[in-house]
Design a binder for this molecule. Sequence first.
Ligand SMILES: *Cc1c(COP(=O)(O)O)cnc(C)c1O
Length: 413
Amino acid sequence: MRKSFPTSGAEWKALDAEMTAMSGADIDWRGGRAPLYVFHGSDSAHEVGFQAFMKYFNENALGGRRAFFGLKRMEDEVVEMGLDLFQAPGQAVGNMTTGGSESIFMAVKACRDWARTQPRLKAPYNIIAPFTAHAAFNKAGDVMDIEVKRLATGENRRADVEAMAAAMDESTIMLAGSAPCFPHGVIDPIAELSELALARDIWLHVDACVGGYVAPFFQRIGRDIPAFDMALPGVRSLSADLHKFGFCPKPASTVFYRQEEDRERGLFHFDQWPNGQFSTATLSGTRAGGAVAAAWAVMNHLGEAGYMEIARQLAAMADAYVAGIKAVDGLHLWAEPDLTIINFGAHDFDIFKVAEGMDARGWLPGLTQNPKGMHAMLSMYHAAGREDYLADLAASVLEAKGQDGASDLKAVY
Ligand SMILES: *Cc1c(COP(=O)(O)O)cnc(C)c1O
């Protein structure tokens, strides 16, 4: 039955109670039972993000230039901190967006508009990407009539650069690499892609959406993280989400361009309507001021030292999960992860049967296809529940081993 428009208003207290009841059946995500969608770095980062968001709750980042000068300054500083973190050259620029999909969309649009200035590149255009690249490239391609050619990955499920080079043609405008990819948490060989992009004078976009804001700190605590950022000369644009492992509130992401004219290509300008000149660097018009303020506050609250401390905790936790999973007879990782995103499967039984067992035990299973796997993106929400998770996993594997037939589950994001 359709809910009718309320005739009279309700007080917050009643609404609050109703809303609490509405989420009563939700997955216990605070207790680490959701392996995607939500992130936690530290309690203090959460609190600072929350307070800063509320402080700028009603401001609109669309009006940063004409009305909300504080927000504009914060947005500029967020971008500058990102450029510094990703070792961008002096002339590089960027802007905030509302998420990874939008950051990727803007980079693809800038690339498409650049391609139109290159007579050697023939429409309809295409993008060459590994199979593991995020769906957002296809979303952008769908809107802009650009085909995304996805190629099988190579060693340790990283992009196969040779195959990507061989697949390029006169319509290829962009190479895409992930740092890391969402399905397996491994960083593609960006240094090799950078050389390929330079040699062929083609745009390389690095999708560091999920792990970009934590990978540099894994490097600083001594983990072996392959080069992926704008220190590599062929990286022409890079996307990195603050609302993932930057531990900032949603919706907040960043997109960076090596050259000012590339950012210009991403912009939208229009003045043939009554309200005159309208310019945005995003698909969105109105943008939450709170998200800009919160990103600024969380980055300044944590600083290098804070992110390094979280990186240490994350790394130790992820190692313990990996060791625990490898210790379950019959399970193996599909790739050795660079950060804290893991994907594991089985050869001798149906891993989706294991997922069913985990589901029955109150865990939301992350699922992947080709190969079938169980996926988890581990943040500090997942620290406390690790032993419970591993015990339930071992029990679910024993059950799965005793069952015939395949599970009806399908991989779903
Ligand atoms: C999450 C993610 C995106 C898309 O970001 P949204 O904020 O969900 O729009 C893009 N690439 C990768 C690798 C991601 O993990």
